[in-house]
Ligand binder design. Structure first.
Ligand SMILES: [Zn+2]
Length: 312
């Protein structure tokens, strides 16, 4: 596994500077030149800098993610390679994760079941439970590049303290979309996940996820989203990771679709959703089960279909 792992090197950094300088000079002469295209060519390939500023992100208002930059990822053309690799930034001086980038291909997808990751304690980690959280635990060890994509398990450079809500409702639908696409086509998806920290805070405010399918020039996969590291009903101190029940309880979690927040059980394999008391729930393979609290409309918007027998 370590043989295929690349880390950013100073050599790579110099190359980035050189490319950036060339692009800058080129842009002076070629404002509509050959480098403009569907992507934000000339964008940052520097693995250490956040690619989006929080001032560009609207405050959380009930949706687990927002599209940014017109949903167009900010990759440079040089990043788009049709061979698989993965690269994780080294932890910073506070022990925090940085940018993770990979060209996802079938050959680096996991062939083994996911193992134990409880040994990793990401910055800001607390083991704390709330009744308003699905599965009770506020925080998950949240993979920046999902396990189903590169099979990275207990890699401390790929795990942050993320809310259940970030993990399941923010990131998972995008991770599954990319995994399904790569499995079906055998194509590659350039994929970058950037945790966004403010100052010296130990818990990320959110993560930026960018993806672009290489062989079909983004026809299959193309997105640039920001997922909020929030948990409806819980207030988080991002400096330390400490938390408390939100004043006013779960009602503070406004929903954009105006729907009622209810509990459902999702089958992530069949993409059906059930009432918790449905008989299918007891028969469900635990690996495919996700407990979800939220609106019915959100499920439908995200490709889930209501079970025909319990009619949730
Ligand atoms: Zn059902």
């Amino acid at each position: 596994m370590s043989a295929r792992k690349r880390r950013s090197s100073s050599k790579g950094f110099l190359a980035v500077i050189a490319i950036a300088a060339v692009l800058l000079v080129a842009s002076l002469f070629l404002p509509e030149g050959p480098l403009s295209g569907p992507l934000g060519f000339g964008g940052s390939s520097d693995n250490t800098q956040p690619v989006v500023g929080l001032d560009e992100i609207p405050p959380y208002s009930g949706s687990p993610y927002v599209a940014i930059n017109g949903n167009t990822p900010d990759f440079s053309e040089a990043d788009l390679v049709s061979s698989s690799y993965e690269s994780y930034a080294e932890l910073d001086s506070l022990g925090r994760c940085g940018v993770c980038i990979a060209s996802i291909g079938r050959d680096i997808m996991p062939t083994e079941d996911r193992g134990e990751i409880g040994s990793v304690k990401p910055t800001g980690w607390h083991t704390v439970k709330y009744d308003v959280v699905d599965g009770k635990y506020l925080y998950n060890r949240c993979h920046l590049i999902g396990f189903q994509l590169t099979g990275e398990n207990a890699n401390e450079e790929n795990l942050i303290t993320g809310t259940r809500y970030l993990n399941v409702q923010g990131m998972l639908p995008f991770e599954n979309m990319v995994a399904d696409y790569v499995k079906e086509t055998g194509n590659h998806v350039l994929y970058r996940v950037t945790p966004i920290f403010v100052g010296k805070e130990l818990v990320a405010r959110g993560v930026q996820m960018e993806a672009y399918s290489v062989e079909d020039d983004g026809d299959g996969i193309c997105f640039n989203v920001y997922c909020y590291n929030v948990q409806p009903g819980v207030d988080i101190d991002y400096a330390t990771g400490e938390s408390e029940l939100a004043k006013g309880g779960v009602q503070t979690s406004a929903t954009t679709d105006g729907g009622e927040i209810l509990s459902y059980v999702l089958n992530t394999n069949t993409k059906k959703f059930h009432k918790p008391e449905c008989s299918s729930v007891t028969d469900m393979n635990p690996a495919n089960r996700e407990d979800y609290s939220g609106t019915r409309q959100w499920l439908i918007d995200n490709g889930y279909v209501a079970c025909g027998s319990c009619r949730p």
